[in-house]
Write a protein that binds this ligand. Structure first.
Ligand code: BGC
Ligand code: BGC
Length: 431
C-alpha cells in the first residue's frame, strides 16, 4: 500500500441479516439476541441492513464516497457453520463476490475474520474459555485465506478481543452473556493465541498485510486515590492485548488475578508476537476511573464524565484523547510499534439526515489524528465507523452510527450530511 487509505467499516452480524440463508449456522449473537431481555426491545440481527442481498447497492454507496478501502468482517458461521470441519461453499461465495465487486469499484478489501459472531457449537464446547477454539480459528482462517488471500489487501484476525472478554465473558452484556468477572481472563490468552495461529495461517497462504483491530480507551483517574485503580483498568483494557503482541510478554497481571496455571503454555508467546504489518486502533472515547467501592467484585469503578459533550450513547467526545492515544502508543512501544491503522472511529447521533454533530465529531478526530501524524506517529489509514446505521449489539437498532441512514422498515438508504462531508474530505486529501 503506497498511500494513506480512507475507508469505512462494518461487521457481518451488524449488517448482513439472512441468518438462516444459504447454509449459515447459528452464532453466539443469534442465540443471545433471541434470548429475551438481552438486547434492547428484543432486536436481533435476523434482517439487520439486509446487506446479504443489498451489497451491490452498498458497494455503490462506497464508490460514491470515493473510499480507498472497505473494512468488513467475514461471518465464521457462514463459512464453517459448525465452527469446525465442513466448509459451506455458499458462504465463501458471498465474500468472493463482494471482494470482486470491491476491486472492480477500485476499493481495497480489508477483511476481519472474527467480529464477535462465534459459531454456537464452539461456544457450547466452552467458547473462548476453551483453548481449542484458538485452533479452530486457525483452521477457519486458512479456509478463508485459501479463497481470498489473492485479492484481500489487509486482514484483521480479531476485532476487539478485550470487548469479547469484558462484555461477553466478564460482565455478560454481550454474547455469549457469561458473567465470570475476572475469571474471564483465559479468554484473553485464547483469543491472542487464535490471533497468532490465525496470522501464521494467513501468511502461509500469501496474505498481503496482517494485523488485528484492538479497542483502546485512555484511562484517566477521577481523583488522586484512583491511580492504582486506573492503572489496573489500563492494564486490562489496553496493555493486556498490546504488550504480548508487540513485546512477546504479558505485563504483570497480578492486579487482575493472573492466569490460572496451564493457560499460557511454552511456545505460545512467540506465536502471539510474530511481527504485525499494522496495529488496528479502534477509538471511541476515554474512560474515567474511580477507586473500587468496598464491596466491588472488580478492582476499579467506571465514573461519569459530565464535563464533556456526549454522543447519544452518553459517550464523552474528546478528540484530544484520540491524538494522545496515538502518541502514547508510539512513546510506549517505540520501534516495536508497527504502523497504525485507525480501524474504527465514529459516533452515534439521533436519526437525522442533517447530522452536523457527526461531521463535527469526525472533523475533530481526524484533525487530532493528523496532529499526531505531524508529531511522527506512523498512521496509514482511517476507517469511519460506520458506512450504514446498523445493529448496535445490546442496544439494538437504537443508536445510529452510519454515514448513511437506513430506514429499517423499507431498507432504504439515504446518505446523511456526513456522507457528503467525508466524500469531500477524501477528495480534498487527494488533491
Ligand atoms: C467502548 C465502546 C464499546 C463498548 C463495548 C466501551 O467501553 O467505549 O466503544 O462499543 O465498550 O462495545
Ligand atoms: C465495535 C463495533 C461497534 C462500535 C460502536 C466497537 O466496539 O467494534 O462493532 O458497533 O464499537 O459501539
Amino acid at each position: 500500500m503506497d498511500r494513506f487509505q480512507w475507508g469505512v467499516a462494518t461487521a457481518a452480524y451488524q449488517i448482513e441479516g439472512a441468518v438462516t440463508e444459504d447454509g449459515r449456522g447459528p452464532s453466539t449473537w443469534d442465540v443471545f439476541a433471541h434470548t429475551p431481555g438481552r438486547v434492547r426491545d428484543g432486536h436481533t440481527g435476523d434482517v439487520a441492513c439486509d446487506h446479504y442481498h443489498r451489497w451491490p447497492e452498498d458497494v455503490a454507496l462506497m464508490a460514491g464516497l470515493g473510499v480507498d478501502a472497505y473494512r468488513f468482517s467475514v461471518a465464521w458461521p457462514r463459512v464453517q457453520p459448525s465452527g469446525s470441519g465442513a466448509v459451506n461453499a455458499a458462504g465463501l461465495d458471498f465474500y468472493d463476490r463482494l471482494v470482486d465487486a470491491l476491486l472492480a469499484a477500485g476499493i481495497a478489501p480489508a477483511a476481519t475474520l472474527y467480529h464477535w459472531d462465534l459459531p454456537q457449537p464452539l461456544e457450547d464446547a466452552g467458547g473462548w474459555m476453551n483453548r481449542d477454539t484458538a485452533h479452530r480459528f486457525a483452521e477457519y482462517a486458512a479456509i478463508v485465506a485459501d479463497r481470498l488471500a489473492d485479492r484481500v489487501d489487509a486482514w484483521m484476525t480479531l476485532n476487539e478481543p478485550v470487548v469479547v472478554m469484558a462484555y461477553g465473558y466478564g460482565y455478560g452484556l454481550y454474547a455469549p452473556g457469561h458473567a465470570l468477572l475476572l475469571d474471564a481472563l483465559p479468554t484473553a490468552h485464547h483469543q491472542l493465541l487464535a490471533h497468532g495461529l490465525g496470522a501464521a495461517a494467513l501468511r502461509a497462504r500469501g496474505a498481503r498485510r496482517v494485523g488485528i483491530a484492538n479497542h483502546y480507551s485512555p484511562a484517566w483517574p477521577a481523583s488522586d486515590d484512583a491511580r492504582a485503580a486506573t492503572a489496573t483498568f489500563d492494564l486490562m483494557l489496553n496493555r493486556l492485548f498490546t504488550e504480548p503482541l508487540l513485546t512477546g510478554a504479558y505485563p504483570d497481571l497480578t492486579p487482575l488475578g493472573g492466569f490460572p496455571d496451564g493457560v499460557v503454555r511454552d511456545g505460545d508467546l512467540p506465536v502471539i508476537a510474530a511481527p504485525l504489518d499494522f496495529l488496528g486502533v479502534n477509538y471511541y472515547r476515554p474512560t474515567r476511573i474511580g477507586p473500587a467501592p468496598a464491596d466491588s467484585p472488580l478492582p476499579f469503578d467506571l465514573v461519569d464524565m459530565p464535563d464533556f459533550p456526549v454522543t447519544d450513547l452518553g459517550w464523552p467526545i474528546v478528540p484530544d484523547a484520540f491524538g494522545d492515544l496515538l502518541r502514547d502508543l508510539r512513546a510506549t512501544y517505540g520501534d516495536a510499534l508497527p504502523p497504525l491503522v485507525v480501524t474504527e472511529n465514529g459516533c452515534s447521533f439521533p436519526d437525522a439526515p442533517d447530522d452536523g454533530p457527526r461531521v463535527a465529531f469526525l472533523e475533530a478526530h481526524i484533525a487530532a489524528m493528523r496532529a499526531a501524524m505531524a508529531d511522527g506517529v506512523d498512521v496509514r489509514g482511517y476507517f469511519a465507523w460506520s458506512l450504514l446505521d446498523n445493529f448496535e449489539w445490546s442496544e439494538g437498532y437504537h443508536p445510529r452510527f452510519g454515514l448513511v441512514h437506513v430506514d429499517y422498515a423499507t431498507q432504504q438508504r439515504t446518505p446523511k450530511r456526513s456522507y457528503a462531508w467525508y466524500r469531500d474530505l477524501i477528495a480534498a486529501a487527494r488533491a
